[in-house]
Design a protein around this ligand. Structure first.
Ligand SMILES: [Zn+2]
Length: 146
């Protein structure tokens, strides 16, 4: 690695680190807001319909919290890779992930090609086995009776 390239890499890493930290803060704020807006347990439920609306809102917000928490985990992971010096390299093929991709998804761990390959594989698996989730829990049972 030439000295010039090393300097460029350090500069790039600094930019990426800032990006990750910004995204991290953004998500933490969002998470806090979500937690604050979660409906408190209703002391006096008027009817079943109201209860089901409450449950629905709660479910949606809990799902959102779960999603944002997962993203936070991915960002922490990306920060760790940044420290290690493996950030920006595809975890699958080792190729350098395009800068535009990292700008859009700073915590991406796969290059576009690998990500697309993985997604189409997952889509195929979903199509081939629409009840995969169901089978996974009953797999042992099915194998025994076969
Ligand atoms: Zn790759």
């Amino acid at each position: 690695m030439t000295r010039e390239k090393g300097a460029r890499n350090r500069e790039r890493q600094q930019v990426l680190k800032t990006l990750l930290e910004e995204r991290h803060r953004e998500i933490q704020t969002k998470l806090r807001t979500l937690r604050e807006t979660l409906p408190a347990e209703v002391a006096e439920v008027k009817d079943a319909e109201e209860q089901s609306v409450n449950d629905f809102v709660r479910d949606v917000e809990l799902a959102l919290i779960e999603m944002t928490s997962a993203t936070l985990g991915q960002i922490d992971e990306a920060m760790r890779r940044l420290e290690e010096g493996t950030y920006g390299l595809c975890a699958n093929c080792g190729a350098e992930i395009a800068e535009a991709r990292l700008t859009a998804v700073p915590f991406a761990s796969l290059c576009r090609a690998c990500q697309e390959a993985q997604e189409s594989l997952q889509a195929q698996q979903r199509e081939a086995r629409p009840f995969a989730g169901l089978l996974a829990t009953e797999g042992a049972e099915i194998r025994r009776t076969r």
